[in-house]
Design a protein around this ligand. Structure first.
Ligand SMILES: [Zn+2]
Length: 221
């Protein structure tokens, strides 16, 4: 579904399974963010076509982090020339510890490439200028993606509508997540697109959401 010009969301609505929300950014080509579980990628591509997007125009997959419910679907594109990226710290984590998550999920080892690192700073693709913000705490190399031209923040599993990412997985840290949340709340987006559950739209609503999160969770982190 279209969120705003150039921004499309494919939210996961089935509570019985832990897939993630996938997002597509449209410029001169498409960027796919967090493809989710491999077995559901065809559903996303179908939904994109319904929205008038051509999946053949995907040139880059950005992984906000390496947890299986976000990363597994990279496998679908492994034999294509679609580029794949994640933060340098996240790839290190995935290689050392993160792969164990895949067997815990009943999945085989992840199939992915890292064509370049998605480190903090500017990322340009298809005429789209994104700011990559390093936001560890849920996972050591988690990133959020901010598209200033669209005031759109893709927050991975850092914050959700009314909630925050878990910090009890290996490589997680409550105090570090708190700093990451402070960092992204300063961006004042108009669209907050989290890795799970509902989207949050409107600057006021998003500010309220950050205020709620700080009140409800910060004393425990
Ligand atoms: Zn996660």
């Amino acid at each position: 579904m279209k969120v705003t010009d150039g921004v499309y969301a494919y939210p996961w609505t089935n509570m019985m399974e832990n897939n993630c929300n996938t997002y597509v950014l449209q410029g001169e080509g498409l960027i796919l963010i967090d493809p989710g579980l491999n077995k559901y990628v065809p559903n996303i591509l179908d939904a994109m076509k319904q929205d008038g997007l051509n999946p053949d125009e995907i040139s880059l997959i950005i992984n906000t982090h390496s947890h299986p419910d976000h990363l597994d679907g990279n496998a679908y594109f492994i034999d294509t020339d679609v580029k794949m990226t994640m933060h340098e710290e996240e790839e290190k984590f995935l290689e050392k510890i993160g792969k164990e998550f895949f067997s815990m999920f009943g999945l085989t080892d992840p199939r992915y490439r890292v064509d370049f690192f998605c480190n903090e700073g500017d990322l340009q693709e298809n005429g789209i200028s994104l700011k990559v913000v390093l936001t560890p705490g849920h996972s050591p190399g988690s990133v959020c993606l901010y598209w200033p031209a669209k005031e759109t923040l893709i927050s991975g599993d850092v914050v959700f509508s009314g909630s925050i990412g878990r910090t009890d997985f290996p490589g997680g840290s409550g105090p570090i997540l708190k700093q990451s949340i402070e960092k992204i709340s300063a961006l004042e987006p108009a669209y907050l697109l989290p890795g799970h559950n509902e989207l949050v739209e409107g600057k006021e609503e998003i500010k309220k959401n950050f205020d709620f999160i700080k009140r409800a969770f910060f004393s425990y982190l």
